[in-house]
Design a protein around this ligand. Structure first.
Ligand code: CP
Ligand code: NVA
Length: 299
């Protein structure tokens, strides 16, 4: 059975921490290695991507490997060849698959039929590579995670679910404010609670942000939800991350966003362009975290 990385919960607490430390070390040393020397990685992307695609591509090169990029438009995926068939075929050619798709169940099926490691490059349910990299972004600013208060404001989406997974493994406290009807997955919340995560789940963004050291948000309509964008714009308006909301946070608050950001919607131009935004470090850390994740998968 190959190792897969379909959600943060696949890692286990100790490995998750080790991977953050590995990524930090790789960042500090501008790491180059040979974990993927002579290996080929298929990058199967059914949704658009800038950061995930390029950071994986560069990370794989830094580890000595090569990539093959595939989209539905240019492969048989777009003509309804099932992912499970694609999985078995690509397993015969390549050494790893990095996959961005819609349903988590599609990714799980693909992994079941794959004889090589499969990495979740985002599904509708989770975005584990992003949140692992966000853990690095927080950790490099404050190694005492017990003291760190993180707020999530906005949609209970794939990012929110992965943050809940992270809160089950890392000792920061997480306050999450989402509007009614846009909650994170209740099963993910329960699992995190049962694992001892320090969680506050509420509706009021002001409550979530109060005293927070890191305030996180994300787009109001994720990829695949474009038809709902207008309605979501109304529902989420009180959840905008702006100066007024941030006035309630810790005076030294940092603002996080996985990007792409929609200025004037979930975040203001002023906040995005202020020193409080650490979004470019977050984007950079994707590269270091992808290297650590791949090195672990092939260790
Ligand atoms: N944050 C993130 O995953 O960005 P991309 O969609 O550009 O990969
Ligand atoms: N929640 C967003 C994240 C993009 C990186 C989406 O799924 O579109």
């Amino acid at each position: 059975m190959p190792r897969h990385f379909l959600s943060i919960s696949d890692l286990g607490k100790d490995i998750a921490k080790t991977i953050v430390l590995m990524a930090l070390d790789m960042k500090r040393t501008n790491y180059r290695g040979d974990a993927l020397k002579g290996r080929n990685v298929a990058m199967v992307f059914e949704k658009a991507s800038t950061r995930t695609r390029v950071s994986f591509d560069v990370a794989i090169r830094h580890l000595g490997g090569q990539t093959i990029f595939m989209t539905p438009a240019e492969s048989q995926l777009g003509r309804n060849e099932p992912l499970k068939d694609t999985a078995r075929v690509l397993s015969r050619y390549t050494d790893c698959m990095v996959v961005r798709t819609f349903g988590q169940e599609k990714l799980e099926e693909l992994a079941r039929f794959s004889s090589v490691p499969v990495v979740n490059a985002l599904t509708d349910r989770y975005h584990p590579c992003q949140v692992m990299s966000d853990m690095l972004t927080i950790f490099e600013r404050n190694e005492n995670l017990e003291d760190v208060r993180v707020a999530w404001v906005g949609d209970g989406n794939n990012m929110a679910n992965s943050w809940l997974n992270a809160a089950a493994y890392f000792p920061f406290s997480l306050a999450m404010a989402t509007p009614e009807g846009y909650d994170p997955d209740p099963e993910v919340v329960e699992t995190a609670k049962a694992a001892g995560a320090k969680l506050t789940i509420c509706r009021d963004p002001k409550q979530a942000v109060k005293g927070a050291h890191f305030v996180n948000t994300d787009v109001w309509a994720s990829m695949g939800q474009e038809d709902e964008a207008e309605r979501r714009g109304w529902v989420f308006a009180p959840y905008q991350v702006n100066d007024e909301l941030l006035a309630l946070a810790d005076p030294d608050v940092k603002v996080m966003h996985c990007l792409p950001a929609h200025r004037g919607e979930e975040i203001t131009e002023q906040v995005m362009e202020s020193d409080r935004a650490i979004v470019w470090d977050q984007a950079e850390n994707r590269l270091h975290m992808q290297k650590a994740l791949l090195a672990w998968l092939f260790s």
